[in-house]
Design a protein around this ligand. Structure first.
Ligand code: GDG
Length: 489
């Protein structure tokens, strides 16, 4: 166990720690790894760097000493039940999340939520500042902690600060709704490097900074005015600090997915899944957290209409939908679950037979082995997000398809669409277009499937999560405070 005065050269800060506390039936407590995009992405980096991870353990009022889990020092930030409700469920998941995802659901603005957000961000910043060694590097993750970079810089000007936004950054017209828009921008600008998923996110951010704060930007840099006499002088004659705001598309640990996909027991499980579904000609799959951004209803509507039109029958095609439970205490998510389950019930009620179901719906989380078996069992992967920072599911599906088969239907509103151009790209709002694309995917000749999947695989295997973190950390190393500003030509 690390003692509480231990210092680390590399510290990751995120809302959630990469562990869950589980209580067994006999009442004993233990720690378990938790799934999710961020954990999947950062675990290998942390293990390789012997780093510390600062975050919340997922339960209110849980205080414990730091401990080491799979080579990562786990450093807790406790939250009270009221803070969880205001900072996390409220401001993070009911204000920022819908605002940053194109207001698909209406964001709620509450001043007490904002106050809790400020207070909790300060606690994360203080904890990270306490455990980071002189001249160390701190990498802050995601929208729950956008004020942390500025707070850190105020306490620890010696450290290098990175921030990565896993979700989209909205266009100015939408971002401007936020009553605390300036504070958020200033909070982020405390970082040396601000990473986004897509180039569009980075330009949305720079535009917001120009319009709302009036700072000069020369892509990909932002010039933040500072008081520091030793700071370099900008073209406008001001002392400035230069912040890099750029896209670093996140990825997956592709090799580990390939390994799982090569395992005979997992391949056998994939066959068993198909048999369990009554061996339809085509198995289609959706895997998402149960979230309104993921377009689950749009996908079900398209599939239901294909059955209604008689273009598909349940012997031809089954849709397997894994909707892992998410944010169940937030009202919008409760309503969404009801709507989705109503749709599943209707479609199955209308079209399922005694031997074939239409939508095989699972409101569960599964072990990764089972997810890989599902990917292998699926002829068509449906990623129909209305807005998504990246979408790792799309990349995971591609990584496991060592057979170069399978078709990825991918929303152009997912960050992954910028890279995975050989997928069948769709606009999920266009239900007619989505139906036609699904039919084209079902009917696609093997040769075309192989050509597309080969290209997709090359992209994902060559750009894995190790490359993502290496390029972000390289950028951090390059942009230290006090660097000269290169004059524009
Ligand atoms: C955010 C951004 C961005 C899901 N259900 C189970 C399970 N999962 C895993 C998937 C995948 C991950 O969770 C989900 O990642 P996504 O990228 O699809 O989506 P978000 O959770 O919304 O993640 C997103 C990401 O951050 C990373 O930056 O791409 O845009 O919204 O890895 O496989 N894993 C297991 N059982 C499940 O039931 N084991």
């Amino acid at each position: 166990m690390p003692d509480s005065s231990e210092r680390y050269g590399f510290v990751v800060v995120s809302n959630r720690l990469p562990v869950d506390r589980v209580i067994a039936e006999d009442g004993s407590a233990s720690w378990q790894h938790s799934p999710g995009g961020l954990v999947t992405a950062l675990e290998p980096v942390m293990q390789a760097n012997d780093g510390a991870w600062v975050g919340w353990a997922g339960q209110p009022d849980l205080e414990f000493e730091p401990f080491v889990d799979q080579g990562i020092s786990i450093v807790p930030v406790p939250l009270s039940a009221e803070e969880v409700q205001r900072y996390y469920e409220g401001f993070s998941n009911d204000t920022l999340w819908p605002l940053y995802h194109d207001v698909i659901a209406a964001p709620t603005y509450h001043r007490v939520w904002w106050e809790a957000y400020v207070q909790v961000n300060q606690r994360f910043a203080d904890r990270a500042a306490e455990i980071t060694e002189e001249g160390g590097t701190i990498w802050v993750q995601d929208y729950q902690l956008q004020l942390v970079p500025k707070m850190l810089r105020e306490i620890r000007p010696d450290v290098t600060i990175g921030f990565f936004n896993h979700i989209p950054f909205p266009p100015l017209g939408i971002f401007s709704q936020l009553p605390w828009r300036k504070q958020i921008l200033e909070g982020l600008l405390g970082a040396d490097v601000i990473g986004f998923q897509r180039a569009d996110d980075a330009s949305n951010f720079s535009r917001a900074v120009r319009h709302l704060l009036g700072h000069a930007t020369t892509r990909p840099y932002i010039e933040v005015p500072v008081d520091d006499e030793s700071a370099p002088v900008s073209r406008r004659g001001k002392k400035v600090r230069r912040v890099l705001a750029k896209h670093f598309p996140i990825s997956i640990d592709a090799a580990s997915y390939e390994e799982l996909a090569a395992r005979p027991d997992i391949q056998a499980r994939a066959r068993e899944i198909r048999e369990g579904l009554g061996n339809p000609k085509t198995v289609m799959l959706g895997v998402d957290r149960l979230d309104y951004t993921k377009g689950i209803r749009h996908r079900m509507k398209a599939f239901g209409e294909l059955l209604a039109d008689g273009r598909l029958s349940v012997e031809d095609a089954t849709l397997v939908q894994v909707a892992s439970p998410s944010r169940e205490r937030v009202e919008t998510y409760k309503l969404l679950r009801d709507e989705i389950e109503l749709t599943v019930g209707r479609v199955n009620g209308d079209y399922a037979t005694m031997s074939h179901t239409a939508i095989s719906y699972h409101h569960h989380g599964y072990p990764r082995e089972e997810m890989v078996a599902l990917y292998l069992a699926a002829d068509i992967m449906l990623v129909t997000a209305l807005r998504d920072g990246m979408n790792l599911v799309a990349k995971e599906y591609v990584a496991v398809r060592r057979d170069n088969d399978g078709v990825l239907v991918l929303s152009e509103f997912a960050g992954a669409a910028d890279e995975l151009k050989s997928a069948m790209l769709i606009n999920p709002h266009d239900i007619g277009g989505m139906k036609n694309t699904i039919m084209r995917a079902i009917e696609m000749p093997k040769r075309d499937r192989t050509t597309r999947m080969r290209a997709l695989r090359r992209r994902v295997l060559d750009n894995d999560v190790a490359k993502w973190s290496a390029s972000f950390l390289q950028a951090l190393e390059n942009v230290r405070p006090g660097q000269q500003i290169t004059p524009a030509p």
